[in-house]
Design a protein around this ligand. Structure first.
Ligand code: SAM
Ligand code: 2KA
Ligand code: SF4
Ligand code: MG
Length: 211
């Protein structure tokens, strides 16, 4: 299957329980909850997105005809020494629109651990090593289990309490970036102080000034 990829880059995972860990990021083009066009944002299922996932014109982006071709591009982006602790984060856009078993096998065969960032509206696959689900309040959640649940906070209709019954190892609140970021961060801190099952996830790459 061909894969449409906006960009591939090497950086530190900025968010969640793996924050600080070196990884190749692969941003797949396209999302099922927003077209990516500013004119559509107000009526999108997900309206707060901080990401440009339209097209294949970013650094390292393109159309990859096969899983092997894609995996080689990921390997070429890896800058760490050796073949241990190799991590790739598949994100987007919505990566589960494009990830298939062949792609997971090709990445595993190059010794990559595979993390996925998903909105949880598309069934997931076996073979993902770290699954991060970030539910969106206007969209039906179908992925009810995973390694971390990372909730963008605050959102009316997506109160953290609703998600505590699901089978996630780690529960994280990530302040919504945008004009209210400071207030949202203070609210997330207060929530975590009062509800210790939840931990704060900051988008550390943004204040570090790295991709
Ligand atoms: C751009 S999304 C791509 C992966 C997938 N579509 C998803 O929503 O999980 C990556 C992560 O960024 C989060 N995110 C997007 N916009 C954000 C914002 N304005 N503030 C904080 N987190 C945001 C998402 O909730 C998700 O956890
Ligand atoms: N450094 C860094 N960490 C991230 N974690 C999740 C990201 C995403 O956009 O999915 C992201 C990103 O865009 N950059
Ligand atoms: S689901 Fe993810 S990629 Fe799609 S618009 Fe929302 S935050 Fe952005
Ligand atoms: Mg991002």
């Amino acid at each position: 299957m061909p894969y449409a990829v906006k960009e591939i880059f090497y950086t530190l995972q900025g968010e969640g329980r793996n924050a600080g860990r070196a990884a190749v990021f692969c941003r797949f083009a396209g999302c099922n909850l927003w077209s990516g066009r500013e004119g559509d944002r107000a009526r999108a299922f997900c309206e707060f997105c901080d990401t440009d996932f339209v097209g294949v014109d970013g650094p390292g982006g393109g159309h990859f005809a096969t899983a092997q071709e894609f995996a080689l591009a990921v390997e070429q982006a890896w800058r760490g020494s050796g073949t241990r602790q190799r991590l790739v984060v598949l994100t987007g856009g919505e990566p589960l629109l494009q990830i298939d078993e062949e792609l997971l096998e090709a990445l595993h065969s190059l010794a990559f651990e595979i993390a996925v960032e998903t909105n949880g509206t598309i069934p997931t696959l076996a073979g993902i090593d770290w699954l991060c689900v970030s539910p969106k309040c206007n969209a039906r959640l179908v992925v009810m289990a995973g390694d971390e649940l990372k909730l963008v906070y605050p959102r009316i209709g997506a109160e953290p309490e609703h998600f505590e019954v699901l089978a996630f190892e780690h529960l994280l609140l990530q302040p919504m970036d945008g004009p209210e970021r400071e207030a949202n961060t203070a609210a997330a801190v207060a929530y975590c102080l009062a509800n210790p099952r939840w931990r704060l996830s900051l988008q550390t790459h943004k204040f570090l000034g790295i991709p």
